[in-house]
Design a protein around this ligand. Sequence first.
Ligand SMILES: Nc1ncnc2c1ncn2[C@@H]1O[C@H](COP(=O)(O)OP(=O)(O)OP(=O)(O)O)[C@@H](O)[C@H]1O
Ligand SMILES: [Mg+2]
Length: 239
Amino acid sequence: MQILEGEKVTKYFGGLAAVSNVDFYVGQGEVVGLIGPNGAGKTTLFNLISASLVPKPGVIKFKGKNITGKKPHKICRMGIARTFQTVKIFTNMPVLQNVLAGSFFGTSPGMSSADAAREASESLEFVGLSDMAALPARDLTLANQKRLEVARAMATRPELLLLDELMAGLNATEITEGMELVKKIRDKGITIVMIEHVMKAIMNVCDRIIVLHHGEKIAEGTPQEIATSKKVIEVYLGE
Ligand SMILES: Nc1ncnc2c1ncn2[C@@H]1O[C@H](COP(=O)(O)OP(=O)(O)OP(=O)(O)O)[C@@H](O)[C@H]1O
Ligand SMILES: [Mg+2]
């Protein structure tokens, strides 16, 4: 079954087609990589899926239902969670409180405080931040702030998780740990779409890769197919 489908998804900013006529699908349980040079439209596509932007024209379906034009909080409650390229944590709040926001506003609205607290603690444990629960979020390293965003997203109990450059700015050890975290999320049965410039991570973790360039989908295939695609190599390295 396709958990996510996009038909002719397009978004203009003035005269610029940031995303242009993109058809895509994501299968249940897949890890799909979304790659492309800077400005290719990757984050815009995430903004369209998570509904902070609305495609025009275009249709986005989640579990077969048309979700185009729904509000972002509704999309979250339906089971799509995301992280951000530039982390958007609540810096002055303790780590645990950041995750509680996810528990309270996720797919199980009306949750009791005790249940939300348990859920948030489990999420922190899952990403390995339990020891830091009481620290102000601003005191975490970048790698841990990114984990915190994952924990907050996981606390909403998503079926589909969108990760926007989880590995950017991390060192080699942190990238390896980040890849392990992605696999752990997949093993929970959560479908993942990940935007990434760190090719090692993409090649190692993804079942399938979609390549955007100037807003258009220029290639799609297994990591092996993408790594050897002449078109993709040209886009990255020049002809
Ligand atoms: N809110 C906006 N208003 C105007 N232009 C925008 C807006 N958001 C993105 N763009 C433009 O749309 C294009 C695609 O941007 P986007 O952020 O989606 O690229 P990206 O593939 O995520 O790039 P990167 O790898 O650098 O993060 C770029 O030319 C960008 O400048
Ligand atoms: Mg981006």
